[in-house]
Design a protein around this ligand. Structure first.
Ligand code: SF4
Length: 332
């Protein structure tokens, strides 16, 4: 263990999911994104979601369901063998194919039409690419408190065009239950409004119609495909920008406090990244950092002594690392 096991540079690179973690609980953010602690073991929902994204992306690119399922399976089999498929139901390859077929039937007269982006190369050449898997960084303005430019990383599943020529984003989501509370929260989510902001930066608010959450629910009683519309007024998007900058500011202030804590006296309780006990049972399960929170008054000091619980691995979240060779990268 080094004397500074905290990756402040990585923690400062924000995206919507890191911001959500900070809002859930700043101490959670500290463990997950400053220390890089991730619970060891596979997250089945996450792996299934990754495979599903590959399949949906393939459909948007005009590929067949067979081709989409080939991509799904190539990823799925890196993690699970065929003999586990039954116990994985309803999130397994067989039901993924069923859901893809249902989706294609349900929306056969209302297909998303992904736009083509012209991407300039370093040598001045132009490459045309269907707008799926778009990675990038977008400015959310100036963080006055810390006197720094505030940026957010993003990954948009697709940019599409409606019949009036306006652009909208599509985000593929999977779930297990039809919860109106979850669905009502999407138009307020940092993730969706980041994408909305990106489109407004590229095309202008007047040429953007918002976004669609393409939500597929995998349930034992039968799958459901839902399209949830995200639309905000210009004022509401501006208001979101203030919120996003405020969170950026708070993360930066806490990281500055952490720098002081790391180099200073550590015989007092940790005074940055405060705990929020309202976040301990988010997503209907007890937070994986609960045992640490219940026993350490100063995690900085404990971690500097080399104490890392054995059931964690160190792995930082950076959406840019998910990029494929074929992905599009933008800087806005
Ligand atoms: S256990 Fe609760 S207080 Fe501790 S990191 Fe998790 S959410 Fe925060």
């Amino acid at each position: 263990m080094t004397s500074n096991p905290f990756n402040i540079t990585e923690a400062q690179r924000l995206d919507s999911s890191k911001m959500d973690d900070f809002l859930r609980c700043p101490r959670y953010y500290f463990y997950r994104h400053v220390c890089g602690f991730r619970h060891a073991g596979q997250n089945k929902d996450l792996i299934f979601g990754t495979c599903w994204h590959l399949a949906k992306e393939a459909l948007l690119q005009g590929k067949t369901i067979d081709e989409a399922m080939d991509l799904f399976l190539a990823e799925w089999r890196k993690h699970y063998t065929e003999d586990t498929d039954l116990e994985m139901f309803p999130k397994n390859p067989g039901n993924a194919r069923t859901a893809l077929e249902q989706y294609e039937r349900q929306f056969q007269h209302d297909k998303h039409r992904a736009v083509t982006l012209r991407i300039p190369g370093v040598d001045g050449s132009i490459t045309s690419k269907i707008a799926t898997e778009i990675y990038g960084t977008v400015s959310i303005g100036h963080d006055l408190w810390n006197d720094t430019n505030a940026n957010l990383m993003f990954k948009i599943d697709s940019i599409c065009e409606d019949h009036s020529g306006k652009k909208y984003f599509v985000d593929h989501k999977t779930g297990s239950m039809n919860s109106s509370a979850y669905q009502m929260a999407y138009p307020l989510s940092i993730q969706m409004l980041t994408y909305y902001h990106v489109l407004c930066c590229i095309y202008g608010y007047e040429n953007t119609s918002g976004g669609i959450v393409d939500l597929t629910l995998f349930k034992k009683g039968g799958n459901e495909n839902l399209r949830l519309t995200i639309q905000r007024t210009k004022d509401m998007l501006n208001e979101w920008l203030y919120t996003a900058r405020h969170i950026h500011q708070q993360v930066t202030v806490n990281l500055t406090m952490l720098r002081n804590e790391v180099s200073g006296q550590q015989n007092t309780p940790m005074d940055c990244f405060h705990k929020n006990s309202r976040g301990c049972t988010a997503y209907n399960r007890f937070c994986s950092y609960g045992p640490l929170c219940m026993s350490w008054s100063n995690p900085v000091a404990e971690i500097q002594k080399g104490k890392i619980p054995t059931d964690f691995v160190i792995e930082y979240w950076n959406p840019m690392e998910q990029k494929k060779d074929s992905s599009i990268t933008l800087s806005i």
